[in-house]
Design a binder for this molecule. Structure first.
Ligand SMILES: NC(=O)c1ccc[n+]([C@@H]2O[C@H](COP(=O)([O-])OP(=O)(O)OC[C@H]3O[C@@H](n4cnc5c(N)ncnc54)[C@H](O)[C@@H]3O)[C@@H](O)[C@H]2O)c1
Length: 334
């Protein structure tokens, strides 16, 4: 393609800011148009990123003849419809996670893109963090032998500015996140929305698909306004068996954990551990870092033959979370 690739973004909320930030740092890309139903959000985001072409309907954005790629950054309930219409207009389409709400919607999206001969990309940011990409590179180079276990830990999101999220009405919207239909996750709405990251990262590192899964739910206490103010059902732990051998993964959720009105486990960040037949890789994610005091902080650690190798990844600090890795916005840029 000659010249810049022109993007039209549909949805100008929380995640759109990081997409715009990343795209504006890429020479070959340009955010040509922005769309949101909410005129206030549209105004705020467009002024910040100096985007002039603004739309309040997704149809107008898709029809804009200057746009090459449409990014669908809306809540999930409207995603497959917009993606199908975009593909039918013969434009490439990138969608945020979760891809959609059902296999039927996924098939419709894939079918539309394949009939139109356009690209459909699922922007799963966890498989694009530099650390997870590096971990996969080490696995493919045989550094830990055969990967047989992946352990994913979800910790607390700890913001850099330590401002409680309850005081940040802009932070993110719980109105659709806790809506069984709009989020697509039924009674486990929030789990469905966020957990796709861990499942995607585990499959990516394991290089294999899940054969069966055993999950356990818990009712989460609702003590913070910013978590929607209602108790919600969550899956707090699950185990997967993978196709093609004795390979397993486990997920443990220590995030937002309240016990008797007190928040606990705040010290744990997000972490992915891959154990292989000849070594172990640890990836520290959002809010992550080694727990032992005085231990050197590195976003990726390889343990092999009684030696520990630290991988320092120099891509600047995380813009949002207190993390040893730049999650926002490097994954979007990658
Ligand atoms: N990859 C990540 O790390 C990451 C992080 C945050 C959110 N997300 C995903 O991004 C998506 C959006 O999340 P968010 O936090 O930005 O939500 P948000 O509520 O902040 O923003 C969504 C925006 O979409 C707009 N919208 C809704 N319907 C629309 C329509 N028909 N046409 C145009 N605009 C419409 C809303 O007005 C809102 O401004 C979700 O699927 C979420 O799971 C991904």
């Amino acid at each position: 393609m000659v010249g810049k690739v022109k993007f039209g973004l549909i949805g100008a909320g929380n995640v759109a800011k990081y997409h715009m930030l990343s795209l504006s740092s890429i020479e070959e890309a340009e955010v040509t148009a922005l769309c949101d139903l909410d005129k206030e959000k549209l105004k705020e985001a467009s002024e910040k990123f100096k985007i002039k072409r603004l739309y309040t309907t997704h149809q107008k954005t898709i029809q804009d003849k200057d746009i090459d790629v449409v990014e669908v950054l809306t809540p999930p309930h409207i995603r497959s419809k917009i993606a199908v219409e975009t593909a039918e207009a013969r434009k490439h389409v990138i969608v945020e996670k979760p891809m959609c709400r059902s296999l039927k919607e996924a098939d419709e999206m894939i079918g539309a893109a394949s009939r139109a001969g356009v690209k459909l990309m699922m922007a799963e940011s966890y498989v694009f963090t530099t650390t997870h990409m590096k971990a996969r590179e080490l696995i493919e180079a045989g550094e830990i032998g055969e990967p047989i276990w992946v352990r994913s830990i979800r910790g607390s999101w700890i913001r850099k500015d330590v401002m409680p999220r309850a005081e940040r009405p802009d932070f993110w919207s719980y109105s659709w996140r806790l809506d069984p239909i709009k989020s697509g996750g039924g009674e486990y709405s929030f789990f469905f929305l966020h957990n796709v990251h861990f499942i995607a990262a585990a499959r990516y590192l394991m290089g294999s698909d899940v054969e069966n899964i055993y999950a356990m739910p818990k009712v989460r206490e609702a003590e913070r306004k910013d978590e929607g103010g209602v108790a919600r059902k969550e899956i707090v732990t699950y185990n997967c068996r993978y196709k093609g051998g004795e390979k397993f993964s486990a997920f443990m959720d220590f995030g937002f954990t309240f016990h008797g009105g007190k928040r606990i486990f705040d010290h744990l960040g997000f972490k992915t551990v891959v154990s292989g037949t000849e070594g172990v890789i640890e990836v520290f994610g959002e809010g992550g870092g080694p727990m032992a005091p005085g231990q050197e902080r590195a976003p990726l650690v390889l343990h092999k033959e009684d030696k520990t190798h630290l991988f320092k990844i120099d891509e600047g600090p995380d813009l949002v979370w207190l993390s040893v890795v730049n999650y926002y916005n490097q994954a979007f840029k990658n």
